[in-house]
Design a protein around this ligand. Structure first.
Ligand code: SF4
Length: 224
């Protein structure tokens, strides 16, 4: 008998290429720094359930791009979708294609829209999403941005407007510098998500939770 779950898993499976220190992905900036660090030091396959969640998000991002480029919406123009981002710093590069990022034109003005699918609409944007948007604005030179949430079960949306903030962008790049230094020196960063109440939820989706817990219990594998 045919197994559709298996077909989906086969379709979504990706080859896990080893990460190279000095080359970072733009979307990683909103994650717990220690988690990103682990992804270089102890690489793991992405879980099939997580791949499905990512893919359902991608389908909604594609839907939003189609909505924007629809001829029934002449007030907005889709300029770019799935945008490549590249920031070259002295010691490292932040680059990659950002699946959930679109650039559009409203009233003759360019605006970046970071699309996030969600189970329920929030009253406030998630800080890590704002961080990502600021980095994308920094990389593209676009001064206006929106974090757009779309609810998975009913396609209702809520959005938050931002303008580029150079100081914030510099702070964000400083995070990549910390990541780069700790990776080079084999020194484990602080468990950010454990330490900050608003970020605790990230630990529930972390592939390295066991290693991180052990590290914090003093069963040190890596130097702090
Ligand atoms: S368990 Fe939490 S604190 Fe530890 S690496 Fe994962 S996300 Fe970060």
């Amino acid at each position: 008998m045919i197994d559709f779950n298996k077909l989906i898993d086969n379709h979504l499976i990706k080859e896990n290429k080893p990460r190279e220190i000095g080359k970072y992905w733009p979307s990683e900036v909103g994650s717990c720094l220690r988690k990103v660090w682990y992804s270089y030091k102890i690489p793991k396959e992405t879980d099939s359930n997580l791949l499905r969640i990512f893919e359902s998000g991608n389908l909604l991002h594609e839907f939003i791009a189609n909505v924007i480029k629809s001829e029934k919406n002449p007030d907005v123009e889709l300029l770019k979708a799935e945008m490549p981002i590249k920031i070259e710093e002295k010691e490292f590069t932040v680059s990659g294609r950002v699946d959930n990022l679109v650039m559009l034109k409203i009233n003759n003005e360019e605006v970046l829209v970071e699309v996030k699918s969600t189970k329920f609409l929030r009253n406030e944007p998630q800080e890590s999403h704002v961080t990502q948007l600021q980095l994308y604005m920094h990389a593209t030179g676009v001064q206006k941005g929106i974090v757009l949430y779309i609810q998975k079960d009913n396609l209702q949306t809520r959005w938050f407007n931002f303008t580029y903030d150079k100081k914030k962008a510099e702070k964000i790049l400083a995070r990549f510098k910390v990541l780069h230094e700790t990776l080079k020196k084999d020194k484990i960063p602080e468990p950010e998500a454990k330490k900050c109440k608003e970020l605790n939820w990230m630990c529930n989706y972390c592939h390295w939770k066991d290693e991180c817990d052990e590290q914090e219990k003093g069963l040190n594998r890596f130097m702090k």
